[in-house]
Design a protein around this ligand. Structure first.
Ligand SMILES: NC(=O)c1ccc[n+]([C@@H]2O[C@H](COP(=O)([O-])OP(=O)(O)OC[C@H]3O[C@@H](n4cnc5c(N)ncnc54)[C@H](O)[C@@H]3O)[C@@H](O)[C@H]2O)c1
Length: 511
């Protein structure tokens, strides 16, 4: 981490910015830099690439003028700020150069050592790398103190976040100046340490990998997982729809890269499912088929299975938390089914369980209940948008059907699946909160920065720490502890950040 103190004088703002590599990322960075008032010099190795990028950017502005989001005068001003740099030497006058070339360490090192021969000592050299170490890129440079990570997200003008990543030898002035530039470009700047995946791609490890584990355990199918996480979790997109959108060629590589860079940390362990699907060419949208099939770009969503019909039967509530019992009793009453109030269920009763991180089987046995008449319901996100129920391997079909009919009463959708430690929602949410907590524990970024960066960079309904507080950090801790106890998989060991704050009753975003 850079600990060099920032100087007291205000750092001079950058006026001219060079872009090397004018592909998807470089052109986006060029666009918002010009909009922020900088003169932008564009350079690319490939003949014609700069002209293409310039046409693309000016096209964006023309569309803005057509839609009256941009005045003609501003559009014209922006256009005059874009210049072509035919050779690297034409970047010599730039205050800062941002590279967005191919993601290869030796190519980026070669570029920066070449640039160091051209520019003066004050020029900042920034890299848009997503997966390489900033420190490693800087290690090839004469003045590593002016090398910094400046990591944008695609599409750059819409994803209003940039990570600012000092390498171990980057000086404080460089960090302050680059952070000020990111803000002047209208982006939220997330200062992070130079660690694998930085902040956003690190925080995003849990969503997909835990969903893949659920699929790998045959708990249910991908469409059910997606429906639960969208309806109950409030995610904009389910993990499998997201994997399809990103493409497995990209996602699988990121999963493996971060896992190995953290020396096989089990929390990031990828799934053998993606390697196999990648080999089969099931990349996602771009190949026409991934987890979903795409027809004219639209995913073909399987229909939800219809709810079984069942006659009302007595219900006995074995949920342990008072508010869960209350909400379930209310639901049974509203459906008009008989509710049993005894200490033990009658021999006819459907028994409802509400475990955290425990499967239905273990919960039934622990409570001394007949597994063949038990159904567990996920109470973590409540009963409003969708209801998730799971059965033990001994649960009778007629009991499962009765539970589905009961929970579907009034038209709320119900997802039923096989026994799972932590259902679907609990385990995915708990893993997200846990990875976010560990990021805070490691000091990769400040707690509030972690939450905001994840909202902006990953589009989650809440950042991981706020998510833990929303669901209750003690409940999240219970999910993880019970999952760890049942599976023995260190993937589920709780971060000390989470355990300390949950047991002390402190918010997770308290530093
Ligand atoms: N695409 C994303 O979602 C994304 C997001 C964040 C960061 N990044 C990172 O940004 C960088 C660029 O990614 P991209 O998606 O824009 O790639 P891209 O393939 O769209 O563009 C790369 C451009 O760089 C040019 N180029 C390659 N080597 C060069 C060199 N040595 N000198 C000059 N020009 C060179 C290519 O001709 C091409 O125009 C990579 O480091 C990538 O990891 C990508």
């Amino acid at each position: 981490m850079s600990t060099a103190p920032s100087s007291h004088h205000a750092p001079p703002p950058f006026r001219t910015l060079g872009i090397v590599g004018t592909g998807a990322m470089g052109r986006g960075i060029a666009q918002i830099a010009a909009q922020a008032g900088l003169t932008v010099y564009l350079h690319d190795l490939r003949e014609g690439a700069v002209a293409e990028a310039t046409a693309f950017i000016t096209g964006m502005w023309s569309r803005g003028i057509q839609k009256q989001r941009l005045s003609e005068a501003d559009g014209e001003r922006y256009r005059t700020r874009l210049k072509e740099a035919a050779t690297l030497a034409d970047l010599s006058e730039c205050d800062i150069i941002v590279e967005a070339i191919i993601e290869k360490l030796d190519a980026k090192q070669a570029l920066f050592t070449e640039l160091e021969k051209i520019v003066d000592d004050q020029t900042v050299l920034a890299t848009n790398t997503s997966s390489l170490s900033v420190t490693a890129i800087a290690s090839a440079c004469r003045r590593p103190e002016r090398i910094i990570g400046f990591h944008f997200f695609n599409p750059v003008p819409l994803m209003k976040i940039v990570e600012v990543i000092p390498g171990l030898r980057t000086d404080g002035d460089t960090v302050d100046r680059v952070e000020a530039l990111g803000q002047a470009m209208g982006h939220f700047t997330a200062r992070t340490t130079d660690t694998p995946g930085f902040l956003v791609n690190h925080a995003g490890r849990a969503f997909g990998t835990e969903a893949l584990r659920i699929l790998g355990e045959s708990v249910t199918d991908h469409a059910t997982v997606d429906r639960i996480l969208v309806d109950q979790g409030g995610f904009r997109m389910g993990p499998f729809a997201l994997l399809d959108l990103t493409g497995l060629d990209v996602s699988h590589a990121v999963m493996e890269s971060i896992y190995h860079q953290f020396y096989e940390e089990p929390r990031f362990r990828p799934s053998p499912l993606t390697r196999q699907r990648l080999t089969a060419g099931l990349l996602g949208r771009k190949s026409g088929e991934g987890f979903y099939r795409y027809v004219e770009g639209k995913p073909q969503l399987p229909e939800e299975p219809p709810l079984p019909e069942a006659e009302p039967r007595p219900v006995w509530i074995g949920a342990e938390a008072a508010d869960d019992r209350q909400r379930l009793a209310e639901l049974v009453r509203r459906a008009g089914w008989p509710l049993e109030n005894g200490d033990a269920p009658s021999s006819e009763a459907l028994c409802l369980l509400a475990p955290l991180g425990e499967d239905a089987t273990a919960c039934a046995l622990r409570l001394g209940l007949p597994a063949e008449r038990c159904v567990a319901v996920d109470m973590l996100a409540g009963l409003d948008k969708r209801r998730s129920v799971m059965t033990t391997p001994a649960t009778r079909d007629e009991i499962r059907d009765a539970a589905m009919a009961l929970f579907g009463h009034g038209g709320t959708p119900v997802s039923a699946f096989r026994d799972s430690n932590g259902f679907v929602l609990q385990r995915v949410v708990a893993c997200i909160v846990n990875v976010g907590s560990e990021i805070a524990q490691q000091g990769v970024a400040e707690p509030q920065v972690i939450d905001r960066a994840v909202e902006l960079g990953l589009g989650y309904p809440r950042g991981p720490l706020a998510m833990g507080d929303h669901y209750g950090s003690r409940r999240i801790l219970a999910v993880l502890d019970n999952m760890l106890a049942a599976t023995g998989d260190p993937r589920y060991r709780a971060s000390p950040w989470l355990r300390r704050r949950a047991t002390l009753g402190l918010p997770l975003n308290a530093a």
